[in-house]
Design a protein around this ligand. Structure first.
Ligand code: PEP
Length: 250
């Protein structure tokens, strides 16, 4: 039985005050929620703040990126151990905005996933095809390549801690959601690929989230699919009531 994960990626939004105000409003809204892992991914400066404000409330905190080295002369970068030290438990890795704007490659993503696991954090490994790739019929080829490359050199059972997020690039921030059917067929393909890597028992333990214009109106239909184990939510995670409505999809 896989516990669903609903994670909110705040991207480069919210001041410290706005982050604290979000948490204050959000906590009572989700106080009774059971059987869902809730994760908030604020910008780096507010990781410790959000972790301390949510301590003991069964809400995990994620960084939106990390460097793959444990420490070093890498000006402007943050290591997995530093993220852990301020109370975060997850790290989003390989988000399409990082691949697109910050030259992340399958190789750097793989190094980061390994570093995050080594630090004792849970990586949320993002992957997904662009519109051009989908239209060229390359969705499975791209998603499969990104999954295998991101997990290169990682074995089960450690690997089963990884949370995979399928995020078709054409659905991120565009208001265009993949249909539940489109998402499910890619999720089933990803699970089959995981089974080829690690065996079906391990593949069945991995949570595969969908991301791309998830909102309160479409979450239930997405979650009704066998291989969709939660959501990575961008825009709709910025307002407490909207994100709480997604968390309470059942
Ligand atoms: C995201 O940033 O991971 C995302 C899915 O964004 P949105 O929900 O705004 O499409």
């Amino acid at each position: 039985m896989r516990t669903p994960v609903i994670a909110g990626n705040w991207k480069m939004y919210k001041t410290g005050g706005e982050s604290a105000a979000f948490v204050k409003e959000f906590l009572p809204m989700v106080a009774g929620v059971k059987g869902v892992e809730i994760v908030l991914a604020p910008p780096f400066p507010w990781l410790g703040l959000v972790a301390s404000l949510t301590a003991g409330k069964k809400i995990g905190v994620a960084s939106q990126n990390v460097h793959f080295a444990p420490e070093g002369a890498y000006t402007g970068e943050v290591s997995p151990a530093m993220v852990k030290d301020v109370g975060a438990r997850y790290a989003i890795i390989g988000h399409s905005e990082r691949r697109q704007y910050f030259a992340e490659t399958d190789d750097s993503v793989n190094r980061k996933v390994k570093a995050v696991l080594a630090a004792g954090l849970v990586p949320i490994l993002c992957l997904g095809e662009t519109l051009a790739e989908r239209e060229a019929g390359k969705t499975f080829e791209v998603a499969g390549r990104q999954l295998r490359a991101g997990l290169e050199g990682i074995a089960a059972p450690d690997g089963t801690k990884v949370v995979v997020a399928y995020e078709p690039v054409w659905a991120i921030g565009t208001g265009k959601t993949a249909t539940p059917g489109q998402a499910q067929e890619v999720h089933a393909f990803l699970r089959k690929t995981l089974a080829e890597l690690w065996g079906s028992g391990a593949a069945d333990a991995v949570r595969i989230l969908y991301g791309g214009s998830v909102k309160p109106e479409n979450i239930a239909a997405l979650m009704a699919n066998a291989d969709i184990d939660g959501a990575l939510v961008g825009g709709a995670s910025l307002k407490p009531a909207t994100f709480a409505a997604i968390v309470k999809f059942k």
